[in-house]
Ligand binder design. Structure first.
Ligand SMILES: [Zn+2]
Length: 302
């Protein structure tokens, strides 16, 4: 959302700051629910695992955390609702990948949980512990999540390595926003000569196609965005806007999977590290609630 680009009086800034603080408070309340947990100061994966009656490897595996010693304060941890760990006896013909497929996990995760160094030495009768439904970071989204047409537009421009340093995720602020409406607002009302301030827009099914990735001319032309309150940042930050207001509702399933696939493809094209995929709120020099407290970026990208 671009509201914060407008020069604000001090009082307005304070008002926005209070929104940010309340958003933050909301998040910490959400974290005490069973589904997610935000790592507090002094907490380790071990402490959290114990709290939820899980083992470290179960919790780390479920969250795709490679090194349980390297987690950060504020990091969001998903807590499985039911028991997710089962014992499995290897049958003749099983491979780590066939077992992994049956249990919605990865061969890599099973190997790590069971300290298997050579996956080829699997023997019938061997007992394995399997953490079901883990979604490790190494799971690559299929680029085929993106339509041929969108993909060719994403791939078309030549991208200079080092040209882009960040990917910034926004919401449009209104469920009914259309591409034409946003283009008009940025070009005519906000008087941006390059029109639509974002490089990409992901539709929500109201006045845009659900999950469709629209490529803006700023991406085709490889020019700066107009989506954050800093010229220096706009020069080096790719802007992705999901249509909707994520203080009121969550992004649609298709929006989430398109965002994940788009970020993955853009990171391949630009070399931007995962840590530089940020929310507007997280990167903006001025306080903003964008993209709303119900968009869980880490959860989507994991
Ligand atoms: Zn924004």
């Amino acid at each position: 959302m671009l509201l914060n680009l407008v020069k604000q009086k001090h009082t307005v800034v304070i008002f926005f700051r209070s929104i940010v603080i309340s958003v933050f408070l909301c998040l910490s309340q959400v974290s005490s629910n069973a589904k997610t947990h935000i790592i507090a100061k002094g907490e380790t994966i071990g402490i959290i695992a114990k709290k939820y009656k899980l083992t470290i490897s179960e919790l780390a595996g479920y969250n795709g955390i490679r090194n349980p010693n390297r987690v950060k304060v504020g990091q969001r941890i998903n807590i499985p609702e039911n028991s997710i760990s089962i014992n499995y006896t290897v049958k003749l013909g099983d491979t780590l990948s066939s077992i992994a497929k049956k249990h919605q996990t990865t061969p890599d995760n099973i190997a790590k949980t069971n300290k298997i160094s050579n996956p080829r030495k699997l023997k019938p009768g061997q007992k394995l512990k399997i953490i079901k439904g883990s979604s490790p970071k190494s799971t690559k989204p299929k680029v085929s999540n993106i339509s041929e047409d969108s993909l060719s537009k994403i791939n078309r421009p030549r991208v200079r390595r080092g040209r882009w340093k960040h990917i910034v995720v926004h919401h449009s602020g209104d469920n009914t926003n259309s591409l034409q409406g946003m283009e008009h607002y940025h070009r005519r009302v906000r008087r941006m000569e390059n029109g639509l301030a974002y490089h990409f827009v992901i539709g929500n099914g109201v006045n845009t196609v659900d999950g469709k990735i629209y490529t803006g001319s700023r991406w085709s032309r490889q020019i700066r965005g107009g989506h954050v309150a800093s010229t220096a940042l706009n020069d080096i930050a790719i802007g992705i806007c999901l249509v909707g207001n994520f203080d009121k509702r969550t992004p649609t399933a298709k929006q989430r999977s398109s965002l994940k696939a788009l970020v993955y493809r853009l990171r391949q094209r630009t070399g931007i590290p995962l840590r530089e995929v940020r929310t507007h709120r997280n990167i903006n020099p001025k306080p903003t609630a964008c993209p709303g407290r119900l968009l869980n970026l880490k959860g989507i990208l994991n």
